[in-house]
Ligand binder design. Sequence first.
Ligand code: AMP
Ligand code: MG
Length: 312
Amino acid sequence: MATEFQVLLWGDDPVFLRAVAEEALDEVERIERMLSAFLPASDISDLNARASDEAVRAHPEVYALLKRAARITAETEGAFDVTAGPLLRCWGFRDDRGHLPDEAEVADALARVGMGHVLFSDRDRTVRFDTRGVCLDLGAIGKGYAVEQAVEIVREHGVGGGMIHGGTSTIYAIGAPPDRQAWPIGIANPLASDERLGVARLRDRALSTSSGRGRFVEAGGRRHGHILDPRTGFPAEEAVSAVAIGPSPTETDALSTAFAVLGREAVQRYCERHPEVGAILVHREGEAGSPQVSTCGIAAEEAFEQCLMAVG
Ligand code: AMP
Ligand code: MG
Protein backbone atom coordinates (compact mmCIF):
# COMPACT_ATOMS: atom_id res chain seq x y z
CA MET A 1 0.00 0.00 0.00
CA ALA A 2 3.04 2.21 -0.51
CA THR A 3 3.17 3.07 3.16
CA GLU A 4 4.28 1.80 6.55
CA PHE A 5 1.98 0.12 9.04
CA GLN A 6 2.77 0.11 12.74
CA VAL A 7 1.40 -2.00 15.55
CA LEU A 8 1.94 -0.82 19.12
CA LEU A 9 0.77 -3.18 21.87
CA TRP A 10 1.08 -3.12 25.59
CA GLY A 11 0.98 -5.93 28.10
CA ASP A 12 3.50 -7.83 30.22
CA ASP A 13 4.68 -10.57 27.85
CA PRO A 14 6.86 -9.01 25.12
CA VAL A 15 7.44 -12.31 23.30
CA PHE A 16 3.70 -12.94 23.02
CA LEU A 17 3.00 -9.31 22.00
CA ARG A 18 5.63 -9.46 19.27
CA ALA A 19 4.07 -12.65 17.86
CA VAL A 20 0.62 -11.02 17.87
CA ALA A 21 1.94 -7.89 16.15
CA GLU A 22 3.64 -10.00 13.47
CA GLU A 23 0.44 -11.88 12.82
CA ALA A 24 -1.41 -8.55 12.51
CA LEU A 25 1.16 -7.27 9.99
CA ASP A 26 0.94 -10.53 7.99
CA GLU A 27 -2.79 -9.85 7.76
CA VAL A 28 -2.08 -6.38 6.34
CA GLU A 29 0.08 -8.00 3.65
CA ARG A 30 -2.63 -10.50 2.82
CA ILE A 31 -5.11 -7.68 2.34
CA GLU A 32 -2.71 -5.76 0.13
CA ARG A 33 -2.28 -8.84 -2.10
CA MET A 34 -6.06 -9.03 -2.38
CA LEU A 35 -6.98 -5.36 -2.88
CA SER A 36 -4.09 -3.59 -4.62
CA ALA A 37 -4.93 -2.42 -8.13
CA PHE A 38 -1.16 -2.22 -8.73
CA LEU A 39 -0.57 -5.95 -8.23
CA PRO A 40 -1.65 -7.82 -11.38
CA ALA A 41 -2.51 -10.96 -9.40
CA SER A 42 -4.83 -9.23 -6.88
CA ASP A 43 -8.58 -9.92 -6.77
CA ILE A 44 -9.25 -6.27 -7.67
CA SER A 45 -6.94 -6.43 -10.73
CA ASP A 46 -8.74 -9.60 -11.79
CA LEU A 47 -12.10 -7.81 -11.59
CA ASN A 48 -10.72 -4.81 -13.47
CA ALA A 49 -9.43 -7.10 -16.21
CA ARG A 50 -12.51 -9.29 -16.66
CA ALA A 51 -15.70 -7.82 -15.20
CA SER A 52 -16.53 -5.77 -18.32
CA ASP A 53 -16.79 -9.01 -20.31
CA GLU A 54 -18.40 -11.37 -17.83
CA ALA A 55 -19.85 -11.67 -14.34
CA VAL A 56 -16.86 -12.50 -12.12
CA ARG A 57 -17.26 -14.45 -8.90
CA ALA A 58 -15.55 -12.44 -6.17
CA HIS A 59 -13.78 -13.56 -2.99
CA PRO A 60 -16.38 -13.24 -0.18
CA GLU A 61 -14.31 -10.59 1.60
CA VAL A 62 -13.82 -8.54 -1.57
CA TYR A 63 -17.51 -8.82 -2.39
CA ALA A 64 -18.52 -7.68 1.11
CA LEU A 65 -16.06 -4.77 1.02
CA LEU A 66 -17.32 -3.61 -2.40
CA LYS A 67 -20.90 -3.70 -1.14
CA ARG A 68 -19.82 -1.67 1.87
CA ALA A 69 -18.08 0.81 -0.44
CA ALA A 70 -21.28 1.10 -2.52
CA ARG A 71 -23.27 1.89 0.63
CA ILE A 72 -20.78 4.59 1.63
CA THR A 73 -21.01 6.10 -1.87
CA ALA A 74 -24.78 6.36 -1.46
CA GLU A 75 -24.43 7.85 2.03
CA THR A 76 -21.87 10.46 0.96
CA GLU A 77 -23.82 11.82 -2.00
CA GLY A 78 -21.32 10.20 -4.38
CA ALA A 79 -18.22 11.91 -2.91
CA PHE A 80 -16.52 8.60 -2.08
CA ASP A 81 -16.41 6.29 -5.05
CA VAL A 82 -14.08 3.33 -5.65
CA THR A 83 -14.77 3.56 -9.39
CA ALA A 84 -12.67 6.76 -9.56
CA GLY A 85 -9.92 4.71 -11.34
CA PRO A 86 -10.39 6.18 -14.86
CA LEU A 87 -10.26 9.72 -13.42
CA LEU A 88 -7.08 8.96 -11.49
CA ARG A 89 -5.52 7.70 -14.71
CA CYS A 90 -6.75 10.74 -16.63
CA TRP A 91 -5.02 13.16 -14.20
CA GLY A 92 -1.84 11.06 -14.28
CA PHE A 93 -2.04 9.72 -10.71
CA ARG A 94 -1.63 6.13 -11.82
CA ASP A 95 1.97 6.71 -12.89
CA ASP A 96 2.55 9.88 -10.82
CA ARG A 97 3.49 11.79 -13.96
CA GLY A 98 0.73 14.37 -13.88
CA HIS A 99 -1.42 15.37 -16.82
CA LEU A 100 -3.77 18.32 -17.22
CA PRO A 101 -6.73 16.81 -19.07
CA ASP A 102 -9.00 18.83 -21.33
CA GLU A 103 -12.76 18.77 -20.89
CA ALA A 104 -13.24 15.94 -23.40
CA GLU A 105 -10.78 13.71 -21.57
CA VAL A 106 -12.51 14.38 -18.23
CA ALA A 107 -15.92 13.69 -19.79
CA ASP A 108 -14.61 10.46 -21.31
CA ALA A 109 -13.26 9.28 -17.94
CA LEU A 110 -16.45 10.36 -16.13
CA ALA A 111 -18.53 8.18 -18.45
CA ARG A 112 -16.85 5.17 -16.81
CA VAL A 113 -17.08 6.42 -13.20
CA GLY A 114 -19.95 5.74 -10.80
CA MET A 115 -21.00 2.84 -8.59
CA GLY A 116 -24.05 2.47 -10.84
CA HIS A 117 -21.72 0.80 -13.37
CA VAL A 118 -20.97 -2.00 -10.91
CA LEU A 119 -23.66 -4.69 -10.90
CA PHE A 120 -23.75 -7.01 -7.90
CA SER A 121 -25.42 -10.40 -7.76
CA ASP A 122 -25.77 -11.53 -4.14
CA ARG A 123 -27.06 -14.94 -5.20
CA ASP A 124 -23.80 -16.09 -6.78
CA ARG A 125 -21.54 -13.30 -5.37
CA THR A 126 -20.57 -12.03 -8.80
CA VAL A 127 -19.57 -8.55 -9.92
CA ARG A 128 -20.01 -7.22 -13.41
CA PHE A 129 -19.34 -3.82 -15.00
CA ASP A 130 -22.00 -2.49 -17.39
CA THR A 131 -19.45 -0.40 -19.32
CA ARG A 132 -16.01 -1.15 -20.75
CA GLY A 133 -13.11 0.55 -18.97
CA VAL A 134 -14.60 0.71 -15.47
CA CYS A 135 -11.68 0.53 -13.05
CA LEU A 136 -11.85 -0.04 -9.30
CA ASP A 137 -9.34 1.67 -7.02
CA LEU A 138 -9.55 0.93 -3.30
CA GLY A 139 -6.85 3.46 -2.40
CA ALA A 140 -9.23 5.43 -0.18
CA ILE A 141 -10.55 2.49 1.88
CA GLY A 142 -7.99 -0.35 1.68
CA LYS A 143 -5.69 0.92 4.43
CA GLY A 144 -8.64 1.32 6.78
CA TYR A 145 -9.84 -2.19 6.00
CA ALA A 146 -6.33 -3.55 6.66
CA VAL A 147 -6.25 -1.73 10.02
CA GLU A 148 -9.69 -3.12 10.87
CA GLN A 149 -8.65 -6.70 10.15
CA ALA A 150 -5.37 -6.28 12.05
CA VAL A 151 -7.31 -4.94 15.08
CA GLU A 152 -9.55 -8.00 14.87
CA ILE A 153 -6.50 -10.27 15.21
CA VAL A 154 -5.14 -8.33 18.17
CA ARG A 155 -8.52 -8.54 19.93
CA GLU A 156 -8.83 -12.28 19.21
CA HIS A 157 -5.59 -12.76 21.15
CA GLY A 158 -7.04 -10.90 24.09
CA VAL A 159 -4.59 -7.98 24.02
CA GLY A 160 -6.34 -5.14 25.83
CA GLY A 161 -4.37 -2.09 24.75
CA GLY A 162 -2.61 -0.88 21.66
CA MET A 163 -2.66 1.21 18.57
CA ILE A 164 -2.44 0.31 14.89
CA HIS A 165 -1.95 2.75 12.05
CA GLY A 166 -1.41 2.69 8.30
CA GLY A 167 0.87 5.52 7.18
CA THR A 168 -0.51 7.66 10.06
CA SER A 169 -3.54 8.36 7.88
CA THR A 170 -5.80 5.76 9.53
CA ILE A 171 -5.32 4.98 13.21
CA TYR A 172 -7.20 2.69 15.56
CA ALA A 173 -6.84 3.01 19.34
CA ILE A 174 -7.47 -0.24 21.22
CA GLY A 175 -8.44 0.50 24.83
CA ALA A 176 -6.19 3.10 26.44
CA PRO A 177 -2.56 3.27 27.59
CA PRO A 178 -1.89 2.29 31.22
CA ASP A 179 -3.26 4.88 33.69
CA ARG A 180 -4.97 6.87 30.96
CA GLN A 181 -8.54 7.24 29.75
CA ALA A 182 -7.65 7.39 26.04
CA TRP A 183 -4.86 7.55 23.48
CA PRO A 184 -3.96 11.16 22.63
CA ILE A 185 -3.50 11.57 18.86
CA GLY A 186 -1.96 14.81 17.58
CA ILE A 187 -3.60 16.28 14.48
CA ALA A 188 -1.11 17.98 12.17
CA ASN A 189 -1.70 21.40 10.66
CA PRO A 190 -1.86 20.70 6.90
CA LEU A 191 -0.64 24.28 6.26
CA ALA A 192 2.46 24.02 8.51
CA SER A 193 3.98 20.61 9.10
CA ASP A 194 5.77 21.73 12.29
CA GLU A 195 2.48 22.59 13.99
CA ARG A 196 -0.36 20.66 15.53
CA LEU A 197 -3.94 21.86 15.40
CA GLY A 198 -4.97 19.90 18.44
CA VAL A 199 -5.37 16.50 20.01
CA ALA A 200 -8.00 13.80 19.55
CA ARG A 201 -8.51 11.45 22.48
CA LEU A 202 -9.48 7.99 21.29
CA ARG A 203 -10.53 4.82 23.05
CA ASP A 204 -11.76 1.93 20.88
CA ARG A 205 -12.15 4.44 18.09
CA ALA A 206 -10.72 4.98 14.61
CA LEU A 207 -9.46 8.22 13.13
CA SER A 208 -8.55 8.89 9.49
CA THR A 209 -7.23 11.93 7.77
CA SER A 210 -7.23 12.93 4.10
CA SER A 211 -5.65 15.85 2.36
CA GLY A 212 -5.19 16.68 -1.29
CA ARG A 213 -1.81 18.06 -0.24
CA GLY A 214 -0.67 14.64 0.94
CA ARG A 215 0.00 13.62 -2.66
CA PHE A 216 -0.27 15.65 -5.83
CA VAL A 217 0.89 15.86 -9.42
CA GLU A 218 2.07 19.00 -11.21
CA ALA A 219 0.50 19.81 -14.55
CA GLY A 220 -0.30 23.04 -16.37
CA GLY A 221 1.85 24.98 -13.88
CA ARG A 222 -0.29 23.98 -10.87
CA ARG A 223 -0.42 21.31 -8.22
CA HIS A 224 -3.41 19.02 -8.34
CA GLY A 225 -4.27 17.04 -5.20
CA HIS A 226 -4.91 13.27 -5.39
CA ILE A 227 -8.46 13.44 -4.05
CA LEU A 228 -10.85 13.84 -6.94
CA ASP A 229 -14.51 14.74 -6.91
CA PRO A 230 -16.06 11.76 -8.75
CA ARG A 231 -19.09 13.89 -9.63
CA THR A 232 -17.21 16.65 -11.46
CA GLY A 233 -14.00 14.85 -12.43
CA PHE A 234 -11.83 17.60 -10.90
CA PRO A 235 -9.58 17.63 -7.81
CA ALA A 236 -11.47 18.38 -4.58
CA GLU A 237 -10.89 21.92 -3.42
CA GLU A 238 -13.30 22.27 -0.53
CA ALA A 239 -11.24 21.53 2.57
CA VAL A 240 -7.44 21.58 2.93
CA SER A 241 -7.79 18.47 5.03
CA ALA A 242 -10.53 16.39 6.60
CA VAL A 243 -10.55 14.05 9.58
CA ALA A 244 -13.19 11.41 10.33
CA ILE A 245 -13.60 9.79 13.77
CA GLY A 246 -15.81 6.73 14.32
CA PRO A 247 -16.02 3.11 15.42
CA SER A 248 -14.73 1.50 12.21
CA PRO A 249 -11.38 2.28 10.54
CA THR A 250 -12.74 1.01 7.21
CA GLU A 251 -15.52 3.58 7.37
CA THR A 252 -13.40 6.46 8.69
CA ASP A 253 -10.86 5.88 5.89
CA ALA A 254 -13.57 6.14 3.24
CA LEU A 255 -15.27 9.01 5.05
CA SER A 256 -12.21 11.24 5.48
CA THR A 257 -11.78 11.05 1.70
CA ALA A 258 -15.47 11.88 1.19
CA PHE A 259 -15.30 14.73 3.72
CA ALA A 260 -12.36 16.25 1.81
CA VAL A 261 -14.64 16.37 -1.25
CA LEU A 262 -17.93 17.44 0.36
CA GLY A 263 -18.62 20.98 1.57
CA ARG A 264 -19.14 21.75 5.24
CA GLU A 265 -22.95 21.60 5.05
CA ALA A 266 -22.92 18.13 3.49
CA VAL A 267 -20.44 16.84 6.12
CA GLN A 268 -22.69 18.30 8.83
CA ARG A 269 -25.65 16.50 7.24
CA TYR A 270 -23.75 13.21 7.22
CA CYS A 271 -22.79 13.54 10.89
CA GLU A 272 -26.37 14.34 11.90
CA ARG A 273 -27.55 11.15 10.23
CA HIS A 274 -24.65 9.11 11.68
CA PRO A 275 -24.16 10.29 15.28
CA GLU A 276 -21.35 7.76 15.86
CA VAL A 277 -19.22 9.64 13.32
CA GLY A 278 -17.57 13.03 13.74
CA ALA A 279 -15.52 15.23 11.42
CA ILE A 280 -12.83 17.86 11.75
CA LEU A 281 -12.44 20.09 8.71
CA VAL A 282 -9.58 22.45 8.01
CA HIS A 283 -10.19 25.30 5.61
CA ARG A 284 -7.76 27.98 4.58
CA GLU A 285 -8.70 31.43 5.78
CA GLY A 286 -8.02 34.01 3.07
CA GLU A 287 -4.89 34.11 0.97
CA ALA A 288 -2.64 34.44 4.03
CA GLY A 289 -3.53 30.84 4.71
CA SER A 290 -4.12 30.52 8.43
CA PRO A 291 -6.06 27.33 9.18
CA GLN A 292 -9.71 27.57 10.12
CA VAL A 293 -10.74 24.47 12.05
CA SER A 294 -14.31 23.32 12.53
CA THR A 295 -15.85 20.20 14.00
CA CYS A 296 -19.07 18.46 12.93
CA GLY A 297 -20.97 15.99 15.12
CA ILE A 298 -20.83 15.13 18.82
CA ALA A 299 -18.30 12.33 18.20
CA ALA A 300 -15.75 14.98 17.12
CA GLU A 301 -16.73 17.57 19.72
CA GLU A 302 -16.20 15.01 22.47
CA ALA A 303 -12.88 13.67 21.18
CA PHE A 304 -11.14 16.74 19.77
CA GLU A 305 -9.47 19.49 21.69
CA GLN A 306 -8.22 22.36 19.58
CA CYS A 307 -4.90 23.77 20.76
CA LEU A 308 -2.46 25.10 18.21
CA MET A 309 1.06 24.12 19.25
CA ALA A 310 4.51 23.49 17.90
CA VAL A 311 5.55 19.87 17.38
CA GLY A 312 8.49 18.51 19.34
P1 AMP B 1 -7.14 8.78 1.11
O1 AMP B 1 -5.70 9.11 1.28
O2 AMP B 1 -7.67 7.70 1.98
O3 AMP B 1 -8.01 10.00 1.18
O4 AMP B 1 -7.34 8.16 -0.35
C1 AMP B 1 -6.99 8.87 -1.49
C2 AMP B 1 -6.77 7.91 -2.63
O5 AMP B 1 -8.02 7.33 -3.02
C3 AMP B 1 -6.24 8.60 -3.88
O6 AMP B 1 -4.83 8.55 -3.91
C4 AMP B 1 -6.89 7.81 -4.99
O7 AMP B 1 -6.18 6.60 -5.22
C5 AMP B 1 -8.24 7.44 -4.43
N1 AMP B 1 -9.30 8.46 -4.59
C6 AMP B 1 -9.18 9.77 -4.96
N2 AMP B 1 -10.36 10.41 -4.90
C7 AMP B 1 -11.28 9.48 -4.50
C8 AMP B 1 -12.69 9.52 -4.24
N3 AMP B 1 -13.39 10.66 -4.36
N4 AMP B 1 -13.30 8.38 -3.84
C9 AMP B 1 -12.59 7.24 -3.68
N5 AMP B 1 -11.27 7.13 -3.91
C10 AMP B 1 -10.61 8.24 -4.30
MG1 MG C 1 -9.49 7.41 2.85
